[in-house]
Design a binder for this molecule. Structure first.
Ligand code: GN1
Ligand code: MG
Length: 352
Protein backbone atom coordinates (compact mmCIF):
# COMPACT_ATOMS: atom_id res chain seq x y z
CA UNK A 1 0.00 0.00 0.00
CA UNK A 2 2.94 2.31 0.67
CA UNK A 3 4.10 1.96 -2.92
CA UNK A 4 0.60 2.68 -4.20
CA UNK A 5 -0.08 5.61 -1.90
CA UNK A 6 3.16 7.29 -2.85
CA UNK A 7 2.35 7.00 -6.57
CA UNK A 8 -0.61 9.40 -6.32
CA UNK A 9 -0.34 13.15 -6.09
CA UNK A 10 -2.17 13.46 -2.78
CA UNK A 11 -1.90 16.74 -0.91
CA UNK A 12 -0.19 16.34 2.46
CA UNK A 13 1.01 13.30 4.37
CA UNK A 14 -1.11 10.15 4.64
CA UNK A 15 -2.25 9.63 8.22
CA UNK A 16 -5.01 7.04 7.86
CA UNK A 17 -6.14 4.29 5.51
CA UNK A 18 -9.28 2.23 5.89
CA UNK A 19 -11.19 -0.23 3.78
CA UNK A 20 -14.82 0.32 2.71
CA UNK A 21 -16.70 -2.88 1.94
CA UNK A 22 -20.11 -1.74 0.64
CA UNK A 23 -19.41 -2.13 -3.07
CA UNK A 24 -19.69 -5.50 -4.81
CA UNK A 25 -16.97 -5.04 -7.40
CA UNK A 26 -13.91 -2.88 -6.75
CA UNK A 27 -11.68 -2.76 -3.67
CA UNK A 28 -12.24 0.59 -1.97
CA UNK A 29 -10.21 2.48 0.65
CA UNK A 30 -10.52 5.84 2.31
CA UNK A 31 -7.24 7.70 2.50
CA UNK A 32 -6.85 10.61 4.90
CA UNK A 33 -3.89 12.96 4.72
CA UNK A 34 -3.19 15.82 7.08
CA UNK A 35 -4.90 18.05 4.48
CA UNK A 36 -7.58 16.11 2.62
CA UNK A 37 -9.57 12.91 2.26
CA UNK A 38 -9.51 10.73 -0.84
CA UNK A 39 -10.97 7.49 -2.10
CA UNK A 40 -8.53 4.95 -3.49
CA UNK A 41 -9.79 1.98 -5.50
CA UNK A 42 -8.35 -1.16 -6.97
CA UNK A 43 -10.27 -1.74 -10.19
CA UNK A 44 -11.62 -5.27 -10.50
CA UNK A 45 -9.86 -6.62 -13.57
CA UNK A 46 -12.08 -9.61 -14.12
CA UNK A 47 -15.11 -7.29 -14.30
CA UNK A 48 -13.28 -4.51 -16.17
CA UNK A 49 -10.63 -6.24 -18.30
CA UNK A 50 -9.37 -2.88 -19.61
CA UNK A 51 -9.14 -0.59 -16.57
CA UNK A 52 -7.39 2.15 -18.58
CA UNK A 53 -10.48 2.37 -20.80
CA UNK A 54 -12.64 2.74 -17.71
CA UNK A 55 -10.43 5.63 -16.64
CA UNK A 56 -10.56 7.25 -20.08
CA UNK A 57 -14.35 7.13 -19.91
CA UNK A 58 -14.74 8.53 -16.43
CA UNK A 59 -12.22 11.32 -16.96
CA UNK A 60 -14.01 12.45 -20.14
CA UNK A 61 -17.43 12.25 -18.55
CA UNK A 62 -16.46 14.16 -15.41
CA UNK A 63 -14.74 16.86 -17.48
CA UNK A 64 -17.93 17.29 -19.47
CA UNK A 65 -20.07 17.51 -16.35
CA UNK A 66 -17.67 19.95 -14.70
CA UNK A 67 -17.94 22.21 -17.75
CA UNK A 68 -21.74 22.06 -17.50
CA UNK A 69 -21.61 22.86 -13.79
CA UNK A 70 -19.50 25.94 -14.51
CA UNK A 71 -21.92 27.08 -17.21
CA UNK A 72 -24.96 26.48 -15.01
CA UNK A 73 -23.38 28.02 -11.90
CA UNK A 74 -23.27 24.66 -10.08
CA UNK A 75 -20.62 23.37 -7.68
CA UNK A 76 -17.73 22.47 -10.01
CA UNK A 77 -15.53 21.43 -7.06
CA UNK A 78 -17.86 18.90 -5.48
CA UNK A 79 -20.53 18.36 -8.15
CA UNK A 80 -18.68 15.57 -9.95
CA UNK A 81 -15.73 13.29 -9.18
CA UNK A 82 -12.22 14.75 -9.43
CA UNK A 83 -9.55 12.18 -10.10
CA UNK A 84 -6.01 12.35 -8.78
CA UNK A 85 -3.07 11.84 -11.11
CA UNK A 86 -0.35 9.25 -10.64
CA UNK A 87 2.46 10.53 -12.83
CA UNK A 88 0.96 11.45 -16.19
CA UNK A 89 -2.01 9.12 -15.95
CA UNK A 90 -5.13 8.90 -13.85
CA UNK A 91 -4.25 5.38 -12.72
CA UNK A 92 -1.33 3.52 -11.30
CA UNK A 93 -0.39 -0.03 -12.18
CA UNK A 94 1.33 -1.80 -9.29
CA UNK A 95 4.01 -4.49 -9.48
CA UNK A 96 1.35 -7.22 -9.52
CA UNK A 97 -0.31 -5.64 -12.53
CA UNK A 98 -3.29 -4.33 -10.56
CA UNK A 99 -4.81 -0.98 -11.51
CA UNK A 100 -5.47 1.69 -8.89
CA UNK A 101 -7.18 5.05 -9.15
CA UNK A 102 -8.01 7.79 -6.70
CA UNK A 103 -10.35 10.73 -6.40
CA UNK A 104 -11.25 13.46 -3.98
CA UNK A 105 -13.65 12.31 -1.31
CA UNK A 106 -16.98 14.12 -1.57
CA UNK A 107 -18.24 14.86 1.90
CA UNK A 108 -21.98 14.43 2.24
CA UNK A 109 -24.71 11.96 3.08
CA UNK A 110 -24.94 8.55 1.45
CA UNK A 111 -28.07 6.47 2.00
CA UNK A 112 -28.44 2.69 1.80
CA UNK A 113 -32.23 2.89 2.00
CA UNK A 114 -34.89 5.54 1.48
CA UNK A 115 -35.92 7.35 4.61
CA UNK A 116 -38.66 9.31 2.90
CA UNK A 117 -40.27 9.84 -0.50
CA UNK A 118 -38.88 13.35 -0.41
CA UNK A 119 -35.31 12.05 -0.24
CA UNK A 120 -35.95 9.75 -3.19
CA UNK A 121 -37.45 12.61 -5.19
CA UNK A 122 -34.19 14.50 -4.76
CA UNK A 123 -32.18 11.43 -5.74
CA UNK A 124 -34.35 11.16 -8.86
CA UNK A 125 -33.64 14.76 -9.69
CA UNK A 126 -29.89 14.11 -9.38
CA UNK A 127 -29.98 11.13 -11.78
CA UNK A 128 -32.28 13.00 -14.17
CA UNK A 129 -29.91 15.97 -14.19
CA UNK A 130 -26.97 13.64 -14.74
CA UNK A 131 -28.58 12.39 -17.96
CA UNK A 132 -29.48 15.90 -19.03
CA UNK A 133 -25.88 17.06 -18.47
CA UNK A 134 -24.65 14.24 -20.69
CA UNK A 135 -27.31 14.64 -23.36
CA UNK A 136 -24.90 16.48 -25.68
CA UNK A 137 -21.91 14.27 -24.87
CA UNK A 138 -20.59 12.41 -27.93
CA UNK A 139 -21.34 8.79 -27.04
CA UNK A 140 -18.89 7.50 -29.65
CA UNK A 141 -16.04 8.72 -27.41
CA UNK A 142 -16.91 6.10 -24.80
CA UNK A 143 -15.50 2.59 -24.66
CA UNK A 144 -18.07 -0.09 -24.04
CA UNK A 145 -16.24 -1.30 -20.94
CA UNK A 146 -18.73 -4.10 -20.22
CA UNK A 147 -20.41 -5.06 -23.49
CA UNK A 148 -24.12 -5.87 -23.20
CA UNK A 149 -24.18 -4.72 -19.59
CA UNK A 150 -27.95 -4.27 -19.50
CA UNK A 151 -28.79 -6.47 -22.43
CA UNK A 152 -31.28 -8.63 -20.55
CA UNK A 153 -31.55 -11.10 -23.46
CA UNK A 154 -27.82 -11.73 -23.22
CA UNK A 155 -28.08 -11.99 -19.43
CA UNK A 156 -30.74 -14.65 -19.94
CA UNK A 157 -28.47 -16.65 -22.25
CA UNK A 158 -25.68 -16.44 -19.66
CA UNK A 159 -28.12 -17.68 -17.05
CA UNK A 160 -29.14 -20.70 -19.14
CA UNK A 161 -25.47 -21.49 -19.77
CA UNK A 162 -24.79 -21.44 -16.05
CA UNK A 163 -27.72 -23.81 -15.47
CA UNK A 164 -26.45 -26.09 -18.21
CA UNK A 165 -22.89 -26.11 -16.84
CA UNK A 166 -23.98 -26.45 -13.20
CA UNK A 167 -20.35 -25.85 -12.24
CA UNK A 168 -20.92 -26.24 -8.49
CA UNK A 169 -23.80 -28.69 -8.41
CA UNK A 170 -26.16 -25.98 -7.18
CA UNK A 171 -28.93 -26.23 -9.79
CA UNK A 172 -30.92 -28.73 -7.74
CA UNK A 173 -31.17 -26.25 -4.88
CA UNK A 174 -32.65 -23.43 -6.96
CA UNK A 175 -35.31 -25.08 -9.11
CA UNK A 176 -38.01 -22.59 -8.13
CA UNK A 177 -35.87 -19.58 -9.03
CA UNK A 178 -34.87 -21.15 -12.35
CA UNK A 179 -38.51 -21.79 -13.23
CA UNK A 180 -39.43 -18.25 -12.25
CA UNK A 181 -36.89 -16.88 -14.72
CA UNK A 182 -37.78 -19.31 -17.49
CA UNK A 183 -41.42 -18.24 -17.27
CA UNK A 184 -40.27 -14.69 -18.07
CA UNK A 185 -37.81 -15.50 -20.86
CA UNK A 186 -39.75 -13.58 -23.52
CA UNK A 187 -39.95 -10.45 -21.38
CA UNK A 188 -36.16 -10.27 -21.22
CA UNK A 189 -36.28 -8.82 -24.72
CA UNK A 190 -38.59 -5.91 -23.90
CA UNK A 191 -35.92 -3.22 -23.52
CA UNK A 192 -33.19 -4.83 -25.63
CA UNK A 193 -35.52 -5.18 -28.63
CA UNK A 194 -36.88 -1.67 -28.18
CA UNK A 195 -33.38 -0.22 -28.30
CA UNK A 196 -32.33 -2.35 -31.25
CA UNK A 197 -35.39 -1.37 -33.23
CA UNK A 198 -35.06 2.32 -32.40
CA UNK A 199 -38.22 2.49 -30.32
CA UNK A 200 -36.14 3.91 -27.46
CA UNK A 201 -33.31 6.37 -28.21
CA UNK A 202 -29.72 5.50 -27.35
CA UNK A 203 -28.35 7.90 -24.74
CA UNK A 204 -25.34 8.17 -22.45
CA UNK A 205 -26.51 6.60 -19.22
CA UNK A 206 -25.11 5.82 -15.79
CA UNK A 207 -26.25 2.19 -15.67
CA UNK A 208 -25.81 1.68 -11.91
CA UNK A 209 -28.27 4.13 -10.38
CA UNK A 210 -28.43 2.79 -6.86
CA UNK A 211 -29.48 5.24 -4.22
CA UNK A 212 -26.04 4.99 -2.63
CA UNK A 213 -24.45 6.27 -5.82
CA UNK A 214 -25.58 9.83 -5.13
CA UNK A 215 -23.90 11.91 -2.44
CA UNK A 216 -26.47 14.24 -0.90
CA UNK A 217 -25.59 17.72 0.28
CA UNK A 218 -26.41 17.95 4.00
CA UNK A 219 -26.74 21.73 3.69
CA UNK A 220 -29.39 21.79 0.96
CA UNK A 221 -30.72 18.23 1.06
CA UNK A 222 -30.26 18.06 -2.73
CA UNK A 223 -28.11 15.62 -4.69
CA UNK A 224 -24.56 16.90 -4.76
CA UNK A 225 -22.57 14.38 -6.76
CA UNK A 226 -23.36 11.27 -8.78
CA UNK A 227 -20.60 8.72 -8.15
CA UNK A 228 -19.60 5.22 -9.35
CA UNK A 229 -19.18 6.19 -12.99
CA UNK A 230 -17.42 3.03 -14.18
CA UNK A 231 -20.42 1.80 -16.12
CA UNK A 232 -21.30 5.08 -17.83
CA UNK A 233 -21.90 3.89 -21.39
CA UNK A 234 -24.36 4.30 -24.22
CA UNK A 235 -27.65 2.87 -23.01
CA UNK A 236 -31.27 3.62 -22.36
CA UNK A 237 -32.90 6.05 -19.97
CA UNK A 238 -34.98 3.06 -18.96
CA UNK A 239 -31.92 1.30 -17.51
CA UNK A 240 -31.25 4.20 -15.18
CA UNK A 241 -34.87 4.59 -14.18
CA UNK A 242 -35.50 0.87 -13.69
CA UNK A 243 -32.35 0.23 -11.70
CA UNK A 244 -32.98 3.19 -9.40
CA UNK A 245 -36.50 1.95 -8.63
CA UNK A 246 -35.25 -1.59 -8.10
CA UNK A 247 -32.95 -0.46 -5.35
CA UNK A 248 -34.54 2.63 -3.86
CA UNK A 249 -38.27 1.91 -4.06
CA UNK A 250 -37.96 -1.46 -2.40
CA UNK A 251 -39.20 -1.76 1.16
CA UNK A 252 -35.97 -3.58 2.05
CA UNK A 253 -32.33 -3.85 1.06
CA UNK A 254 -30.92 -6.36 -1.43
CA UNK A 255 -29.65 -8.48 1.45
CA UNK A 256 -32.99 -8.88 3.25
CA UNK A 257 -33.73 -12.58 3.64
CA UNK A 258 -37.19 -12.27 5.20
CA UNK A 259 -39.01 -12.14 1.88
CA UNK A 260 -42.28 -10.99 3.45
CA UNK A 261 -40.52 -7.73 4.04
CA UNK A 262 -39.61 -7.24 0.38
CA UNK A 263 -42.06 -5.32 -1.80
CA UNK A 264 -42.33 -2.26 -4.01
CA UNK A 265 -43.40 0.96 -2.29
CA UNK A 266 -45.61 2.95 -4.71
CA UNK A 267 -45.03 6.27 -2.87
CA UNK A 268 -41.31 5.89 -3.43
CA UNK A 269 -41.85 4.94 -7.06
CA UNK A 270 -43.92 8.08 -7.54
CA UNK A 271 -41.40 10.33 -5.80
CA UNK A 272 -38.47 9.12 -7.90
CA UNK A 273 -40.48 9.40 -11.12
CA UNK A 274 -41.33 12.99 -10.31
CA UNK A 275 -37.75 13.93 -9.42
CA UNK A 276 -36.26 12.12 -12.40
CA UNK A 277 -38.54 13.81 -14.90
CA UNK A 278 -37.81 17.15 -13.21
CA UNK A 279 -34.07 16.59 -13.57
CA UNK A 280 -34.42 15.50 -17.19
CA UNK A 281 -36.15 18.77 -17.95
CA UNK A 282 -38.86 17.05 -19.96
CA UNK A 283 -36.41 15.30 -22.29
CA UNK A 284 -38.22 11.97 -22.40
CA UNK A 285 -40.06 10.44 -25.34
CA UNK A 286 -43.61 9.07 -25.17
CA UNK A 287 -42.34 5.53 -25.73
CA UNK A 288 -39.86 5.87 -22.90
CA UNK A 289 -42.48 7.30 -20.58
CA UNK A 290 -44.86 4.45 -21.34
CA UNK A 291 -42.18 1.88 -20.54
CA UNK A 292 -41.11 3.29 -17.15
CA UNK A 293 -43.07 0.79 -14.99
CA UNK A 294 -41.92 -2.16 -17.11
CA UNK A 295 -38.32 -0.99 -16.90
CA UNK A 296 -38.46 -1.31 -13.12
CA UNK A 297 -39.68 -4.87 -13.51
CA UNK A 298 -37.08 -5.83 -16.12
CA UNK A 299 -34.11 -4.34 -14.28
CA UNK A 300 -35.15 -6.10 -11.08
CA UNK A 301 -35.59 -9.39 -12.93
CA UNK A 302 -32.22 -8.87 -14.61
CA UNK A 303 -30.44 -8.24 -11.31
CA UNK A 304 -32.04 -11.29 -9.72
CA UNK A 305 -30.93 -13.30 -12.74
CA UNK A 306 -27.37 -11.96 -12.45
CA UNK A 307 -27.18 -12.89 -8.76
CA UNK A 308 -28.54 -16.38 -9.50
CA UNK A 309 -26.16 -16.87 -12.45
CA UNK A 310 -23.26 -15.92 -10.20
CA UNK A 311 -24.44 -18.29 -7.49
CA UNK A 312 -24.67 -21.13 -10.03
CA UNK A 313 -21.22 -20.31 -11.39
CA UNK A 314 -19.53 -20.35 -7.98
CA UNK A 315 -19.69 -16.67 -6.91
CA UNK A 316 -17.02 -15.34 -9.21
CA UNK A 317 -18.49 -11.90 -9.94
CA UNK A 318 -20.23 -10.24 -6.97
CA UNK A 319 -18.31 -10.07 -3.71
CA UNK A 320 -20.12 -12.21 -1.12
CA UNK A 321 -19.92 -11.96 2.65
CA UNK A 322 -21.09 -15.49 3.47
CA UNK A 323 -21.96 -18.77 1.72
CA UNK A 324 -25.27 -18.59 -0.15
CA UNK A 325 -25.24 -14.78 -0.21
CA UNK A 326 -25.84 -14.53 -3.95
CA UNK A 327 -28.76 -16.96 -3.76
CA UNK A 328 -30.29 -14.86 -0.99
CA UNK A 329 -29.86 -11.73 -3.10
CA UNK A 330 -31.41 -13.50 -6.09
CA UNK A 331 -34.46 -14.60 -4.08
CA UNK A 332 -34.86 -11.07 -2.78
CA UNK A 333 -34.81 -9.58 -6.27
CA UNK A 334 -37.20 -12.16 -7.69
CA UNK A 335 -39.64 -11.51 -4.88
CA UNK A 336 -39.40 -7.80 -5.64
CA UNK A 337 -40.03 -8.56 -9.32
CA UNK A 338 -43.22 -10.37 -8.37
CA UNK A 339 -44.34 -7.47 -6.23
CA UNK A 340 -43.72 -5.02 -9.08
CA UNK A 341 -45.77 -7.28 -11.38
CA UNK A 342 -48.68 -7.19 -8.94
CA UNK A 343 -48.43 -3.42 -8.64
CA UNK A 344 -48.13 -2.78 -12.39
CA UNK A 345 -51.56 -1.15 -12.96
CA UNK A 346 -50.98 1.14 -10.00
CA UNK A 347 -47.48 2.09 -11.22
CA UNK A 348 -48.89 2.86 -14.66
CA UNK A 349 -51.45 5.19 -13.13
CA UNK A 350 -48.75 6.91 -11.11
CA UNK A 351 -46.66 7.55 -14.23
CA UNK A 352 -49.68 9.04 -15.98
C1 GN1 B 1 -22.80 -3.88 -8.54
O1 GN1 B 1 -20.57 -2.57 -6.83
P1 GN1 B 1 -21.92 -1.96 -6.88
O2 GN1 B 1 -22.69 -2.34 -5.68
O3 GN1 B 1 -21.89 -0.46 -7.11
C2 GN1 B 1 -23.02 -4.00 -10.06
C3 GN1 B 1 -24.39 -3.45 -10.43
C4 GN1 B 1 -25.47 -4.18 -9.65
C5 GN1 B 1 -25.17 -4.04 -8.16
C6 GN1 B 1 -26.16 -4.85 -7.37
C7 GN1 B 1 -20.20 -3.18 -12.43
O4 GN1 B 1 -22.70 -2.53 -8.18
O5 GN1 B 1 -24.61 -3.65 -11.81
O6 GN1 B 1 -26.74 -3.64 -9.92
O7 GN1 B 1 -23.85 -4.51 -7.83
N1 GN1 B 1 -21.96 -3.31 -10.80
C8 GN1 B 1 -21.30 -3.94 -11.80
O8 GN1 B 1 -26.09 -4.47 -6.04
O9 GN1 B 1 -21.59 -5.07 -12.19
MG1 MG C 1 -22.01 1.35 -6.74
Amino acid sequence: MKEILSAFQFAGKVIDLRECTDGHINGTYRVTTDQKTYILQKINKSVFPKPFEVMENVVLVTKHIRKKLREEGGDAERGTLRFVKAGDAYYYQDRFGEYWRAYHYVDGDCYQSCESPDLFLRVGRAFGSFQRQLADFDATLLHEVIPDFHNTEKRYRDFEEAVEADACGRVASCRAEIEFLRARKEDCGLLARGLREGKYPLRVTHNDTKLNNVIMDPATGEGLCVIDLDTVMPGSLLYDFGDAIRFGASSAGEDETDLDRVYIVPELFYAFTKGFSDGLGGKITDAERAALPQSARILTLETGMRFLTDYLSGDTYFRIHHAGHNLERAKNQLRLTESIEDAMPKLETLVE
